[in-house]
Design a protein around this ligand. Structure first.
Ligand code: B1M
Length: 247
């Protein structure tokens, strides 16, 4: 087994068992050896988290184990995020995103942010300028952010069936503030479906970070058809999609 394979295996195992310092150390070592940050993310960390979910569903893992695994992965994401998002070029558009009120899941939302920011990282070009409102975001914060940042897209993430109804509450708050028609509303998160997105009046739904990025790109692409950033973004998203499929 090569050192890179050993690192991938220990990243999987240490994330699964919530060993945050080891996950950080293996991430740092992997990067020092020249491993691709996307490889670390999609071939070790995400598969490990999927296994955490399976064990939770079977009743082998409980919330503390799930939380420790998530924290371990977050430590690695803190290191990987700037590397993936690194780009010196002008952003192709603005994106405000947050996990809805009552919901503290943010790993999936953070991946969408990484993809949006980092879509240009593998090639010359730019990603989106992203304003991440974090978790448990109340409707008034989304309204304030739309006024302050005037984004092309406003994204809501929900990861629980009990918090999905906040999409409609948020949209109603925007309508009340006279802002509904000024921004494209995108929604996503594990339990969300295309039908549900239509039902609450969102403009688009994406099942994963790759599709969320592609849709956002298409949206600004209509206005930035000729820009080099938009073309580079399209190619970069394709590469990210391939990485996701292989992962
Ligand atoms: Co929670 N949890 N959790 N949890 N958790 C789930 C989601 C669950 C499916 C587990 C299960 O029962 N099998 C279940 C939800 C059931 C349901 O409602 N249908 C659940 C539950 C029940 C709970 C609690 C209620 C448990 C309890 O306390 N009894 C509690 C709720 C707390 C709250 O939010 N109020 C809870 C707590 C937690 C932790 C805090 C311990 C931790 C979260 C840590 C964190 O995020 N910082 C946690 C975790 C880690 C999970 C699992 C294991 C993993 C979630 C994850 O990160 N997935 C999850 C089980 C599972 O998924 N199998 C589970 C990986 C991530 C990459 O995928 O989130 O789908 P995903 O994101 C994707 C897409 O959804 C999409 O792109 C992302 C990347 O491709 N996407 C968008 C996301 N946002 C988008 C926005 C877009 C477009 C696409 O446009 C804007």
């Amino acid at each position: 087994m090569s050192r890179e394979e050993e690192i991938r295996a220990s990243l999987f195992d240490d994330t699964l068992n919530g060993r945050a310092p080891e996950v950080k150390a293996a991430t740092v070592e992997g990067l020092a050896l020249g491993m691709d940050p996307m490889d670390i993310l999609f071939k070790a960390l995400i598969p490990s988290l999927e296994e955490v979910g399976r064990r939770f569903e079977k009743g082998d893992f409980f919330v503390p184990e799930m939380l420790m695994a998530a924290r371990a992965m977050q430590g690695a994401l803190t290191i990987l995020r700037p590397l993936i998002a690194e780009t010196g070029a002008q952003p192709v558009g603005r994106y405000v995103i947050g996990t809805v009120k009552g919901d503290i899941h943010d790993i999936g939302k953070n991946l969408v942010v990484i993809m949006l920011e980092g879509a240009g990282f593998m090639l010359e070009g730019a990603g989106f300028e992203v304003f991440d409102l974090g978790v448990n975001t109340p409707p008034e914060k989304f309204v304030e952010a739309v006024i302050a940042h005037q984004p092309d897209v406003l994204g809501f993430s929900a990861f629980l069936t009990t918090t999905m109804p906040m999409f409609k509450v948020n949209i109603d708050a925007l309508t009340k503030a006279g802002l509904r028609d000024k921004v494209h509303i995108a929604v996503g998160g594990a339990p969300v479906t295309e039908e549900y997105a239509k039902h609450v009046g969102a403009d688009s739904y994406a099942p994963d970070a790759s599709m969320a990025t592609r849709l956002a790109k298409q949206l600004v692409g209509a206005r930035n058809e000729a820009s080099e950033g938009a073309r580079a973004l399209e190619q970069a998203v394709k590469l990210i999609d391939e990485t996701l499929k292989k992962g």
